[in-house]
Design a protein around this ligand. Sequence first.
Ligand code: DON
Length: 324
Amino acid sequence: RDKGRDGFYAGTVADLIVSEMQSGGGLISKKDLSDYQAIWREAITGNYKGYKIITMPPPSSGGIALVQLLKTIEPYPIKRWGFNSDSTVQLMVEAERRVYADRAAYLGDPDFFKVPQKQLMTASYSLARMKNFNWNQATASSLINEGNLAPKESEQTTHFSIVDRQGNAVSITTTLNGSYGSKVVVKGAGFLLNNEMDDFSVKPGTPNMYGLVGGEANSIAPGKRMLSSMTPTIVEKNGKLFMVVGTPGGSTIITSVFQTIVNVVDFDKSMQAAVNAKKFHHQWLPDEVFTEKGALDSLTKIRLEAKGYKINERGPIGRVDAIL
Ligand code: DON
């Protein structure tokens, strides 16, 4: 009380701790104690049914997990179901199962690990987490992993679609290939080196980062350039500029540009609607249809699956940049 921090981490108390350590075979030294610093941290805040929750941030998991739990049960009428009724308990247990799975993957000391706290505490994330909750059966924990968070960095090649006031159009795509390329910055020059060698087919049948396979046509040879999927495109109608379009997305670049054009030309969508429309993708191998979430309604999916199409949801496909 009288000496503040030094009343505990230095002086008599510190000496007593260290001698207790020594007699018990412990590791903590006087230096460890004098090095220790408390850190001021922003509290976690959340909202539950109009109540503001102010609670402990990382390195405790408590605050985030508490807000996640409250957010997860918020949409359900537990008051009607009653205190500790089977429905209330089931719901809370299933929320807890999922939140603790997130705790195991996403929470730790924020000075060492980027904790995705905002994403974890959004209501839409909790809703998505409860999608596989089944009233008729306990969800097995073996089927639950941490939830899917939008990656911090989307796959990034860069595309620009530009039209100037004279009607000159530019469609330009440039690529580092993988996120941050080879992850090497040229010292003093301020740019990254790419890892474009991945766009070559290293040997027949061996897929690259984007799952693409190839053979002799795209084999590595001195002076040869690797096969890209970049599709910077200008569309004209009756000799006049109609659309400028392109996107990042590795192997999905081609199919994203394809669907964007079809969405406008065949399905009369506006440019924004064509860009926003959820995309699907097939690239021969693997023999699967990849779809963005919500691209196909459940009936369409069932019909296609009945014909033998293997359909798998994945993260965002493309990030189309276009002008009509
Ligand atoms: O040129 C290509 O096809 C690849 N280097 C593109 C990679 C890419 O788009 C990554 N990000 N979205």
